[in-house]
Design a protein around this ligand. Structure first.
Ligand code: PLP
Length: 372
């Protein structure tokens, strides 16, 4: 196996993958309607449950062909009963995306907005649930990738359940990196795509959720043809296949990535991402770049870095300098503050971060940007 040029991706996904995952896509051509392929997806669906400790008698996983946003679309348009409302606990760009999905489908919703630099106020969440008994679905992103803030989903899920609502969490940028236990964490539905925490390729997304709720949603208003959760679930149960063409090669890569996930182990992988995150903070401190978010609230996966106050700073130039040397840095997503992001996703190590800071320092002195 020839090794492929290794790029260190410090963007929030797709992430750096192993060569074994890359090569897993190189397989004989196969029609995905063959039994052999259905068998592959069956194992994959079962393994996804294990990652979030979902008991197989209560939860199921449903695969979709698409980027992670398809999951947001599917959950929101499929899980809202007639005459009910959805409450979006919104402290950032990815929760705002869920609000946009509600708007596109003209769904009754509450956009409960919080400061993007803070975790949501649970007292206000509870008060909103108390005052709005027609809320049937509570939605909140676990790790808000736009800022790097980790939201208290266990507590939000408990409140949702206390008020009889289903709790949906967008775990796209935490699943497979920060241990999640859907039962203990009060999560009825979570989601991710293969290219983030699982370190596979883009094109495959999945929702893990309570089977009885999916079955009940059969009787809810249908709002999409391609993106209906019950329809996709039902097709899998009846045939073992995706309703429409699956991303064949991405599925082979994901099967290999899951094998590597279990080999590395939940806790060891969590610790590795943490160590990378610590190395990012250490490197930033050394060169005197400031971060935008209180560290106590950070997920340990994304760091929002403030632009230095220097007329020579030019994100694009610095990005290009690093990119040419194998390191990808990423723009920020905070409207009020100029930031860029450094992320700890993917198969990378603290040594990669040390190597990156050598290059970043070089880039900064090359463009005459002041260093501490
Ligand atoms: C990456 C991400 C998504 C999905 O984004 P796509 O561009 O559709 O892959 C959704 N939610 C969160 C929190 C994410 O980080």
């Amino acid at each position: 196996m020839e090794s492929i040029k290794r790029n260190v991706l410090l963007n929030p996904g797709p992430a750096t993958t192993t060569d074994t995952v890359k090569y897993a896509q190189v397989v004989p051509d196969i029609c995905p309607r063959e039994k052999e392929f259905a068998g592959l997806m069956k194992g994959l669906r079962a393994d996804l449950l294990k990652i979030v400790h979902a008991p197989a008698d209560l939860y199921t996983s449903v695969l979709f062909c698409g980027s992670g946003t398809i999951n947001i679309d599917v959950c929101i348009n499929s899980l809202l009963p007639e005459g009910k409302r959805i409450l979006i606990v919104n402290n950032g760009a990815y929760n705002a995306r869920a609000v946009e999905v509600c708007q596109m489908y003209h769904l009754p919703h509450i956009d409960l907005r919080f400061d993007v630099f803070k975790q949501p106020d649970l007292g206000i969440v509870e008060q909103t649930l108390r005052e709005n008994p027609d809320v049937a679905v509570v939605y909140c992103c676990h790790h808000e990738t736009g800022t790097g803030i980790l939201n208290p989903i266990r507590e939000i899920g408990a409140l949702a359940h206390q008020y009889g609502a289903v709790f949906v969490s967008d775990t796209t940028s935490s699943l497979g990196m920060i241990p999640l236990d859907v039962v203990k964490d009060n999560v009825d539905f979570c989601m991710a795509s293969a290219q983030k925490g699982l370190m596979a390729m883009s094109g495959l997304s999945f929702i893990i959720g309570k089977t009885n709720i999916i079955k009940a949603s059969k009787n809810y208003p249908t709002r999409s043809y391609y993106c209906n959760l019950f329809m996709q679930y039902d097709y899998f149960e009846k045939t073992g296949e995706m309703h429409f063409t699956p991303p064949v090669q991405t599925i082979y890569a994901t099967v290999q990535a899951l094998k590597e996930y279990f080999e590395e182990g939940e806790q060891a992988k969590f610790a590795r991402h943490r160590a990378v995150y610590e190395a990012i903070h250490e490197g930033l401190e050394k060169i005197g770049l400031e971060t935008a978010v209180d560290r106590k609230m950070e997920s340990g996966l994304v760091v929002s870095v403030k632009y230095p106050d220097d007329p020579n700073w030019d994100f694009k130039k610095v990005h290009d300098y690093c990119y040419e040397r194998g390191f990808t840095i990423y723009p920020g997503k905070i409207s009020t503050t100029d930031t860029f992001r450094l992320c700890a996703l993917g198969k990378i190590y603290p040594q990669d971060i040390e190597d990156f800071f050598v290059v970043l320092k070089e880039a900064m002195s090359h463009y005459g940007i002041k260093l501490k």
